[in-house]
Write a new protein. Structure first.
Length: 178
């Protein structure tokens, strides 16, 4: 399982550094080397806060800027006498070409937002290939359980909506531009 980082905030990671025999390496304090690559970019020196926690455990508190790009975050940590430790995290999601997509439900009769509509975004007009599911908020905007907008790769999507008491002409076809 690859852990997630919260976008645009400092994220704390912890890890073990071990020697060639697999024994935990103690005593490096903050002198270990940590490099980081955002979204497939080049590895550069991490500028966050490094620390030794004890018993071979170390920590790194990233900067906000190190978590400002959606996609994978590759980290390598090493030091004198220790084997390289490779770690991977994900900011928001692994897909780096995805863009935020705002989908809003309003009543055709009143033009007011419709709350609590289940929204499923699919890659097929028959409703298969669901890539995102969420519900509309009080403003009629589709969001996931964490309150985020869907993030979609550029392309054509088929949107299916359901809410008791409402009938929708499904699918709604939307084109997402990059």
């Amino acid at each position: 399982m690859i852990a997630s980082w919260i976008p645009n905030q400092r994220n704390l990671i912890t890890f073990i550094l071990a020697d060639a025999n697999g024994d935990e390496a103690e005593g490096l304090d903050d002198t270990f080397t940590l490099v980081i690559a955002k979204s497939g970019g080049a590895l550069v020196a991490g500028v966050g806060d490094k620390a030794e926690m004890g018993s071979g455990w170390y920590s790194y508190l990233s900067t906000q800027a190190e978590a400002d790009t959606p996609g994978p975050v590759s980290i390598s940590a090493t030091g004198p006498g220790v084997k390289q430790q490779n770690l991977e995290y994900v900011v928001q999601e692994r897909t780096v070409t995805a863009v935020p997509f705002t989908y809003t439900m309003t009543s055709t009769a009143t033009l007011l937002p419709i709350e609590a509509v289940k929204v499923q975004i699919c890659v097929s007009s028959d409703g298969s290939g669901v890539v995102w599911t969420g519900y509309t908020d009080a403003f009629g905007v589709a969001r996931d359980a964490s309150g985020n907008l869907p993030r979609l790769d550029p392309g054509t999507y088929y949107i299916f909506r359901t809410r008791q008491g409402f009938t929708f002409a499904d699918p709604d076809i939307e084109v997402v531009d990059g």
